[in-house]
Design a binder for this molecule. Structure first.
Ligand SMILES: [Zn+2]
Length: 110
């Protein structure tokens, strides 16, 4: 078992754990039940661990993709490949032309 991410906020770890589990990577959240209402030492912060070291690289890549994914970040604006209008990252469709929004940064379809 190796730790891949440590966050004081369990709210950020839980969805990542679910996402990795969905991708077939077995995860474990250390210190899941630490109280967040009391100040704790960083060593007691919740930590996302994976059970199999062989999944390490893949897990890191999935986390990076997850954090960059438009659906994962409502603060980020996604530019519509069809009309160029910007929609919130949580939108699957452009608010303006209802075209499908690809992942941020991908080239427009031809
Ligand atoms: Zn559009």
């Amino acid at each position: 078992m190796i730790e891949i991410l440590r966050e004081p906020d369990l709210i950020r770890i839980a969805p990542l754990s679910q996402m990795l589990e969905a991708a077939g990577i077995r995860t474990f959240i250390r210190n899941e039940h630490v109280s967040v209402t009391e100040p704790t030492l960083p060593v007691f912060s919740p930590a996302l661990c994976i059970m199999d070291e062989g999944d390490h690289q893949r897990a890191l890549e999935l986390i990076r993709e997850f954090e960059e994914a438009p659906s994962g970040n409502p603060d980020e604006l996604v530019k519509c490949p069809a009309c160029g209008e910007e929609s919130p990252g949580t939108f699957a469709q452009c608010w303006s032309c209802h075209g499908e929004l690809g992942p941020a940064g991908s080239p427009p379809p031809r």
